[in-house]
Design a protein around this ligand. Structure first.
Ligand code: SF4
Length: 229
């Protein structure tokens, strides 16, 4: 994986895990972060925790109070009932306790399927719950930066959407990679999208994987073509 090695070297892997949340807290945090700036979803999460110290309290609270607590994130009116429904669903399936630690005992595909069978939980959220939380299970989330870079590098086709890209990109990873390696891969591609492979004008001229990138080569080639007479 030349791309992996170069991007990891460029951005300073191994990257320390940023989260020490338990898996249910990570799941809630991921749901809050949907289409929200990190700082805003972090504020919403902190406020929610300050107001309701347990997830059972969030589940049983009046929805308007949950909505007010998470008002720092986008669409609190949609996210508040969804969070409560997710926690309710987990409590029902687990016969009471709001705890996802048991996912550590399942094969990864089974754990992902368990999470994704909850309404409102997609592949990015399931992978984030397993990888970023204290479970540290090697499931790979794909965010919009990661997806764009993978598409430009032709790791996936131009029409593959973010959701569908999860299975395809995960299948390209060595099966024996541990959580740190999967995390480094995700972070390195994400950093590349944030710091070089920009959405509008990627900085292909200073890109460390230009020789691996059909999109960048075509783009630079087109720029250096002599003007037609
Ligand atoms: S060459 Fe350009 S398009 Fe390709 S990965 Fe690098 S910055 Fe992105």
């Amino acid at each position: 994986m030349l791309v992996h090695e170069r991007l990891c070297a460029e951005y300073g892997a191994p990257f320390p895990f940023f989260s020490t949340k338990d898996p249910l807290s990570e799941l809630i945090s991921a749901l809050l972060s949907h289409r929200t700036k990190n700082a805003d979803s972090h504020r919403a999460y902190q406020q929610l925790r300050a107001q309701f110290p347990t997830w059972e309290q969030v589940r049983d609270a009046p929805t308007a109070e949950v909505e007010a607590a998470i008002s720092a994130c986008t669409w609190p009116e949609q996210k508040a009932p969804r969070l409560q429904a997710v926690i309710r669903e987990i409590s029902t399936r687990c016969n009471g306790p709001c705890d996802l630690a048991f996912l550590a005992e399942m094969p990864i595909a089974e754990a992902r399927a368990w999470l994704e069978s909850i309404s409102g939980v997609g592949p990015k959220t399931s992978a984030a719950t397993l990888l970023f939380s204290t479970l540290r299970i090697p499931a790979m989330p794909v965010d919009s930066h990661h997806h764009r870079v993978a598409q430009r590098l032709a790791l996936i086709g131009p029409k593959v959407g973010t959701e569908a890209s999860h299975a395809l990109l995960s299948a390209l990873l060595p099966p024996d990679w541990d959580a740190q390696q999967v995390y480094d891969h995700h972070e390195a591609l994400m950093f590349h999208g944030q710091k070089c492979c920009y959405f509008h004008t990627p900085a292909c001229g200073r890109c460390v994987v230009l020789d691996q990138c059909p999109f960048g080569q075509q783009r630079l080639g087109a720029k250096t073509q002599p003007a037609q007479a």
